[in-house]
Design a protein around this ligand. Structure first.
Ligand code: GLA
Ligand code: ZN
Length: 683
């Protein structure tokens, strides 16, 4: 039922809006009316409200004030603006922290935190859970019948961990449940090392720099526990509102990925979401990436979020202006706010929402981009750009629900990433898991090839190509499924340091890549790591073409595979560096090292030409493409990430959705700097 009600989200058209905090403005009468007028001018039809409003709704324990929220929800609805209503668990009131100190977090140094900031609460505390349930149910009771409230936005960017005694107990229970007996745990964690064998469950403590940090198994299980405990808290919040509003769909907004290795495994939330949503904060115009690479990085994260439920998602936050918590607050150049929004849509978002509608006058986010600035004018660059985007989005109603049909999957696996970041070994500063994914993703992105991003547990059946840039940890089960995938004709492309350990992180004893050795047709005997200033190179056997290699290099022996490239330097010069092996009907490619981007671009160009259907339009460099489709149409999105104009020619008749114009095959398209096109083609 809740899922069916998702369609109510788009009752005012393609969703466009953002986080709105009228509770910060109660001292200034007239602000709500002014804002609504501005929102309408910008074609805004949705806001998220209430994520940090607990102290405004319950200023004293048991004393409630909904007046400001009633007024806002009613007025917004009367003006065609819907509300995603948040539960306020992300920031508890000061009185609550003072009266019930148990709810506050204890950090990994065993320091109890004091009231402040947000997400500074224990996810285990029974008191915090009870208080959150109570406030959630008050909100649900109050707005259960309001037609303007169409979605529960549960909490806000869950994050962090707590090391208090309650959490230690919960962790031990989690471990008991997983291992049943201590012998199994001692084996899995290899606790004979440094004599850490546990004899009673209560000897176990969460990993900490002031205690145990050297047991890789403990570290990984802790991360798994933190995710499970947060999901459990989320489910408690959902159940609280479901008791009263069983039909209202739920989401929780996922974090951006500045530090994903610290984060939560979002796959574990997926079964309990009606729709996925996330918050995108690109680093435009930075020192290390081109805007095209930054664009591709963002699109890969959109793809991860879409893949979680295999369905369109919501872009719940993004920045209309400078993102002031980034190291340098660069202004997005003209066109970039609209472009980043349309990129999300191109990869499956059925909304474009911002943080924030109106900029605060004080506190740490007062210089963060917003639709309405301190000087609340419509005649400013950002407002006008968003207004134009709003007009474009209003032409996309028929796109709603259209999906991406991906035949390629990249394994982006949180547990692998946590594990690789945690190990002692390789080049300590170059555990670039995400970057290695982007190496493979970028050339696919440039050709408009749909990519899903999956973890180790997802089904492989619907894919033709499976890419695992760094599959350090591989379960026997996944290895078996990859084997079947290749045997039936799939192509598996993998990278260095793959197939090293099982899911307990215990090393395989049958030679790397462990259970993938047979299908890869190689044996990796050792791995050399390079300092940042050192390089090897790979050379195409017989052709002299070479590419720079860096960070780490597996030393391979062929066991049936063919060497496509060999190392060009050091004592392993002449040994295989890129191999291909035929297995059953399919193939396995093994990249033994990390190359500069030009290798991946050239490799995939050839691979795509020979093996895959891609967008036939010849696109200039720095331009990304993607396709969404429904039963009737394909929607082709082209995004120019260059700070300059580009041109290309259409390869089929198409309808330009934004220009509202029929175009013939061969028509030339001109794209200004940082701009986008949306074409519709009948299937
Ligand atoms: C996050 C939060 C918002 C806001 C923005 C600022 O995404 O959810 O409340 O702090 O960051 O970028
Ligand atoms: Zn705790």
């Amino acid at each position: 039922m809740a899922k069916e009600n998702l369609k109510l989200l788009w009752q005012s058209g393609f969703l466009h809006g953002g986080d709105y905090n009228p509770d910060q403005w109660r001292w200034r009468p007239g602000t709500l009316d002014e804002d609504i007028e501005m929102m309408k001018a910008a074609h805004v039809n949705v806001v998220s409200m209430g994520m940090f409003s607990w102290s405004a709704i319950e200023p004293q324990e048991g004393v409630y004030d909904f007046s400001w929220l009633d007024e806002a929800i009613d007025k917004l609805y009367d003006n065609g603006i819907l509300v995603f209503l948040s539960t306020p668990s992300g920031a508890r009131p000061a009185w609550l922290a003072k009266k019930y100190p148990e709810v506050l977090r204890t950090d990994k140094f065993q320091v109890k935190q004091v009231f402040g900031e947000r997400h500074n609460h224990c996810f285990t505390s029974p008191i915090y859970r009870a208080k959150v349930k109570e406030i959630n149910q008050k909100l649900a009771e109050r707005y259960k019948d309001h037609p303007g409230v169409v979605l529960w936005h549960i909490s806000n960017e869950y994050e962090g961990e707590c090391h208090c005694n309650l959490c230690q107990e919960a962790f031990r229970e989690w471990l008991k449940n997983k291992y049943k007996d201590l012998d199994a745990l001692n084996r899995a964690w290899w606790t004979g090392f440094w004599g850490h064998t546990f004899t009673e469950w209560d000897e176990i403590h969460s990993p900490t720099p002031i205690g145990d940090w050297s047991l890789d198994g403990l570290n990984l299980d802790w991360r798994r526990f933190v995710t499970d405990q947060t999901v459990d808290f989320y489910r408690m919040e959902v159940e609280a509102v479901r008791e009263i509003t069983p039909d209202r769909p739920v989401t929780t907004n996922f974090h951006d990925f500045p530090n994903p290795s610290e984060g939560l495994n979002y796959w574990k939330f997926a079964p309990y979401l009606d729709i996925v949503s996330w918050d995108n904060y690109p680093y435009w115009h930075n020192e290390t990436n081109s805007d095209a690479v930054e664009g591709a990085r963002r699109d890969f994260i959109h793809d991860i979020n879409r893949s979680l439920l295999g369905k369109p998602f919501l872009l719940l936050e993004s920045c209309p202006g400078a993102t002031n918590w980034q190291e340098v607050s660069r202004l997005p150049k003209p066109g970039v706010i609209a472009l980043q929004s349309m990129q999300a849509v191109a990869h499956g978002a059925d909304s474009v929402q911002y943080f924030q509608i109106r900029k605060s006058l004080g506190a740490s986010e007062k210089f963060h981009g917003a639709l309405i600035d301190h000087y609340p004018s419509k005649d400013v660059r950002v407002f006008k750009e968003i207004q134009g985007l709003g007009e474009d989005l209003s032409k996309l109603d028929e796109l709603i629900g259209a999906n991406v049909d991906a035949k390629v999957a990249i394994i982006y696996d949180w547990e692998n990433r946590w594990a690789i970041d945690n190990i002692q070994g390789l080049n300590e500063n170059r555990k670039e898991y995400f970057k290695m994914c982007i190496n493979h993703y970028f050339p696919l992105w440039s050709k408009g090839i749909g990519v899903d991003a999956i973890d180790m547990e997802q089904d492989l059946d619907k894919y033709d190509v499976l890419i695992a840039p760094l599959l350090y940890m591989v379960s026997e089960d996944l290895a078996e499924r990859i084997k079947e995938f290749v045997a039936r004709g799939g192509t598996f492309i993998t990278g260095p340091f793959t197939g090293v350990v099982d899911e307990d992180q215990l090393a395989y004893m049958n030679g790397r890549p462990g259970p993938l050795r047979e299908i890869a047709g190689i044996w990796a005997e050792e791995t050399d790591s390079l300092y940042d200033s050192q390089f090897n190179k790979i050379v195409k056997a017989g052709e002299g073409k070479s590419y720079k290699a860096k960070w780490f290099c597996d030393l391979l022996h062929l066991e049936g595979a063919e060497a496509l490239y060999e190392y060009g330097e050091d004592f392993y010069a002449g040994s295989p560096a890129v191999t291909v092996n035929s297995y059953g009907e399919g193939k396995v490619y093994y990249f033994a090292t990390v190359m500069e981007q030009d290798f991946y671009d050239d490799f995939y160009k050839e691979f795509i030409n020979e093996n895959m259907e891609s967008l036939a339009i010849e696109l200039p460099d720095g331009v990304g493409a993607s396709v969404r489709e429904n039963s009737e149409y394909k929607f082709i999105f082209i995004a120019n990430h260059n700070n300059g104009e580009v041109e290309f020619n259409l390869d089929e008749d198409a309808y330009d959705v934004l220009a509202e114009q029929e175009l013939d095959k061969g028509a030339a398209a001109e794209m200004p700097a940082y701009s986008y096109k949306v074409y519709r083609v009948k299937k």
